[in-house]
Design a protein. Structure first.
Length: 435
């Protein structure tokens, strides 16, 4: 599975400063089915800066747009091509589509463009700094890119014209497989159908269709794409024809998505959560013999294992937490495939716990923290607040590599816990004359 790099995200006033520091902009208006950022965010992806214009950045809700610099190094054609490719992978990664409806150019400030009536009421992702494209794949292969382009078209067209949507989804396969291989691949993949696509497959079998792959090709792809005097084609005036394509659309949609994931190995955000090994940056510090034991869930005596590193703690995307910038990572305990580490400050006055599961490749931040009485209480309260508000904690090594913790999911915690932490923070800041 292809996972991309850690992507730099910039929110807030820094984005506004970057608008003012450049002359010459191209902005594309879009339709989308993914949750869109509330506030403007700059995403530095594949050596290009993309400014996603937040729907709620200005006083009145605005249409979603994406802006890029115009520079002497890239032609207008090249910029447009980059934007099309970026929207294809962005939509795929966020499990929807992002479709460009038009372009505009401006001088000193990137203007916003109206995008016309969209298929969906624009949805906004919660929080002003939560839109996340980390590990979104970078596609160097032209075949992969064209498959995503056809898939994007299919997603949008299914709400406009089901026949053309069917054709776009089939083009995902057609652009990657030779003619004899397409039906063979479809038939070999039918045993993995799920939910609506599986029910449609069972309906076709009950109707006496033995070769479903051939049915999808002849009665779907060819019947939509062609019209000949004596051949099979879709008649727009015949209800049965339109109904059949509508029912079969779930089959080819499922198969197109399966091909992109399994054959082209292009991950989306759910795959990143499920399959990416978030502990990979730590593996270089562990002997390969012990590492393999951990991944297999084996037990290792702690006396045989040494792990002590200088690290910093960061709150994504805000950067290193100043009070936790100089810390020491120490091994605390080990069990079957799992490690508990403690992170200490230089004076050993505060401790923060993390749980590492090498069988899953995951790291979990914990509310289990400690401090010497009256020392660092404010720092730890602020850290607790980050966790309780589902903030993302990162452990950063001196080389720049980092471990990204899973979002903290409060269990058996009173709903008012976050309010109580805020109250304690305010109380302590007042006592320290910080506010």
């Amino acid at each position: 599975m292809q996972f991309g790099p850690y992507v730099e995200h910039i929110f807030g006033e820094r984005v506004q400063e970057m608008y003012r520091s450049h002359n010459g902009w191209m902005t594309c208006s879009i339709h989308h089915s993914i949750p869109w950022p509330r506030k403007d965010v700059l995403i530095k992806y594949d050596n290009q800066d993309y400014f996603l214009r937040g729907i709620a950045e200005r006083e009145d809700f605005s249409s979603p747009c994406i802006s890029v610099y115009i520079s002497a190094e890239q032609t207008i054609h090249e910029l447009k091509e980059k934007l099309y490719k970026f929207t294809s992978i962005l939509g795929w990664f966020q499990n929807g589509y992002v479709d460009i409806t038009g372009f505009s150019q401006s001088g000193g400030y990137p203007i916003l463009s109206e995008n016309g009536r969209a298929m969906f009421i624009p949805t906004v992702i919660g929080g002003d700094a939560t839109f996340n494209c980390n590990y979104m794949p970078v596609l160097a292969n032209g075949n992969e890119q064209i498959a995503l382009a056809f898939y994007r078209e299919g997603l949008k067209l299914q709400h406009i014209h089901e026949g053309y949507a069917f054709l776009s989804f089939f083009k995902v396969l057609e652009s990657q497989l030779r003619s004899p291989e397409r039906v063979e691949w479809i038939n070999a993949s039918l045993n993995e159908l799920e939910d609506r696509s599986l029910r449609r497959y069972e309906e076709l079998i009950e109707e006496g269709i033995e070769d479903v792959g051939r049915h999808i090709y002849n009665s779907g792809r060819c019947a939509i794409a062609h019209a000949s005097l004596n051949g099979e084609y879709i008649n727009p005036d015949i209800p049965e024809d339109k109904e059949r394509i509508s029912k079969d659309l779930v089959l080819i949609h499922f198969l197109a998505k399966k091909f992109i994931k399994q054959k082209l190995q292009i991950a989306d955000s759910l795959d990143v959560y499920k399959y990416r090994n978030n502990l990979f940056p730590l593996e270089q510090y562990i002997d390969s013999y012990y590492l393999n034991l951990l991944k297999e869930g084996g037990r290792i005596e702690i006396s045989f294992f040494n792990l002590e590193l200088d690290i910093s703690l960061s709150h994504w995307p805000h950067g290193v937490i100043p009070e936790l910038a100089v810390m020491k990572l120490k091994l605390f305990s080990m069990s079957n495939g799992k490690i508990i580490i403690h992170v200490w400050d230089e004076e050993n006055t505060l401790r923060i716990r993390f749980d590492l599961d090498f069988t899953e490749g995951k790291i979990y931040a914990s509310l289990e923290i400690g401090t010497i009485p009256n020392e660092n209480q404010l720092t730890l309260l602020k850290y607790q607040r980050i966790l309780l508000s589902n903030g993302t904690i990162e452990i950063i090594f001196p080389c720049g590599n980092l471990l990204t913790c899973e979002s903290f999911m409060p269990v058996n915690i009173h709903p008012d816990a976050l309010m109580e932490v805020d109250r304690l923070i305010n109380q302590l800041e007042e006592s320290l004359c910080l506010i």
